[in-house]
Design a protein around this ligand. Structure first.
Ligand code: ASP
Ligand code: MG
Length: 457
């Protein structure tokens, strides 16, 4: 079989874990063709973003403190692995770049990417050295993106072609390799990145391009769960999910995947397996076209998972001028899109007098300013109302499609738990029902729905 193995930051947090990851890679190499993909060492992406920020502000003290931390962390790891000759030149290049930003006190998205890419470059160099293989960054592996630095979109057809050209000879020659996650380049070869959590995306792009049999995403949890076990202690591990369900769950929960990472895998029908570095023999959760066997949370469960999304606000744009006026929604979403505000959920009643949307709390000010600006400049009488401190609880399951009574069951469960529903959305794909409730009611709502559908292990 041909397998892509992606290891997240906690899996490569220090020298011992890197050795462990390399032992997993070696064991799989004995039976499969494998392409390992690695994230930056745990916490390093944040440190790099912080140092870039400090440099842009001209904060010399913070820059030197952070650079020392980054250097020490990687050199400690590199010495333990005997990879200091690979690591030191990378650290020096990073320091030069950061000092350049500090001298100019100017940071562009493009220079942010040049800096933040060092996280994956460094971890990749260490894993590759320990494995005795070649370290390749995403560009060398063939991933090309547009110019949207810090959140670049891959040019898929070109990337697929180039990845095959770059990696097939290595695979056929049985040459060990390690690829950086997250890092790519635009068409001029300038370093770009795929957005936070982008290593998953790298893995699925490689998997689709190389027609892998499976893409394994390793982290420190066993797989995807029917609910957050901190909320529902009896939550069960889901052995199978369909792509559609996984996409629907994708943005929820701490261990979720990069939101677009499942696209290439689903489009090319390459199953994705979420599994744990600490339990290499545990099968984890398989995401494919099939819903798997029956059981709690298995096929036959109309609702398979009850994820929750926190730290949100709800914006309601109202005004009689929106009634029967085509283009109102386009104006609203256009204004938000130009500010790159990400909309989680949308509701509009048939009266058309208001559109409510749910966004991250930390984008609230940006969203409000964008809407005020866009709507006022066109003299449209609209109100923008903001409700903070909310969360979204969702019931996800492909089996809801065409099954009557699911909504009734969900809402009576929530009502019995004495939770007030603020807003509701269900797409016509019928894969999930999302409910906005007050933040403090979220866990109660999750537990009630989980119980109503008997999802406990
Ligand atoms: N290191 C990047 C991040 O933390 C990419 C990744 O881990 O997937 O966002
Ligand atoms: Mg990370």
């Amino acid at each position: 079989m041909r397998i892509i193995m992606k290891f997240g930051g906690t899996s490569v947090a220090d020298a011992d874990r890197i050795r462990h990851v390399v032992s997993i890679i070696k064991a799989e190499r004995a039976r499969h063709q494998v392409v390992p993909v690695v994230s930056a060492l745990d916490g390093v992406t944040e440190m790099l973003l912080d140092v870039a920020d400090a440099a842009a502000k001209g904060d010399e003290l913070a820059v030197e403190t952070l650079l020392t931390q980054i250097r020490d962390k990687h050199l400690a790891c590199a010495y333990a692995l005997g990879a200091h000759d690979q690591v030191r030149p990378l650290i020096e290049r990073l320091e030069t770049l950061v000092h350049g930003v500090l001298a100019l006190e100017e940071l562009t998205p493009r220079s942010t990417d040049a800096i933040v890419a060092f996280g994956e470059r460094l971890s990749c160099a260490m894993v590759a050295h320990t494995l005795g293989g070649v370290a390749m960054d995403g560009r060398e592996a063939g991933i090309v993106t547009d110019d949207h630095f810090t959140e670049a979109d891959p040019l898929m057809d070109l990337s697929m072609f180039q990845v095959r050209e770059a990696l097939t000879p290595l695979l056929d020659g049985n040459k060990p390799m390690v690829v950086t996650g997250f890092v790519a380049a635009n068409q001029h070869g300038v370093t770009s990145t795929l957005g936070r959590g982008g290593s998953d995306y790298t893995a699925t792009i490689l998997g689709a391009a190389l027609k892998a049999d499976e893409i394994w995403i390793y982290s420190d949890v066993d797989g995807l769960m029917s609910a957050d076990p901190r909320i529902v202690s009896a939550a069960c591990l889901l052995s199978h999910l369909t792509f559609a369900e996984a996409v629907e769950m994708g943005k929820f929960g701490a261990k979720s995947m990069h939101p677009r990472a499942l696209e290439p895998a689903a489009a090319h029908r390459v199953p994705v397996r979420m599994r744990s570095t600490f339990k290499p023999d545990h099968p984890g959760t398989l995401i494919s076209e099939s819903s798997g066997p029956a059981g709690p949370g298995g096929a036959g469960s109309v609702v398979r998972s009850v994820p929750m999304l926190k730290n949100l606000v709800m914006l309601t744009i109202g005004g009689a001028s929106m009634v029967g006026r085509p283009g109102s929604a386009a104006e609203i979403f256009g204004a938000l899109a130009t500010q790159r505000v990400n909309v989680h959920m949308i509701c509009q009643s048939v009266s058309e007098a208001g559109i409510s949307l749910v966004i991250n709390q930390n984008q609230a000010d940006k969203a409000r300013a964008a809407l005020d600006g866009a709507l006022r400049s066109r003299h449209l009488e609209r109100t923008v109302e903001l409700v903070g401190g909310v969360c979204v609880v969702a019931a996800v399951g492909a089996g809801m499609k065409g099954t009557p009574g699911v909504a009734a069951k969900i809402f009576s469960a929530i009502a019995n738990a004495k939770v007030n529903v603020i807003a509701i959305a269900q797409g016509s794909s019928e894969l999930s029902i999302s409910i906005v409730v007050r933040a403090e009611d979220g866990p109660k709502a999750v537990a009630a729905i989980h119980d109503a559908f008997a999802l406990s292990a």
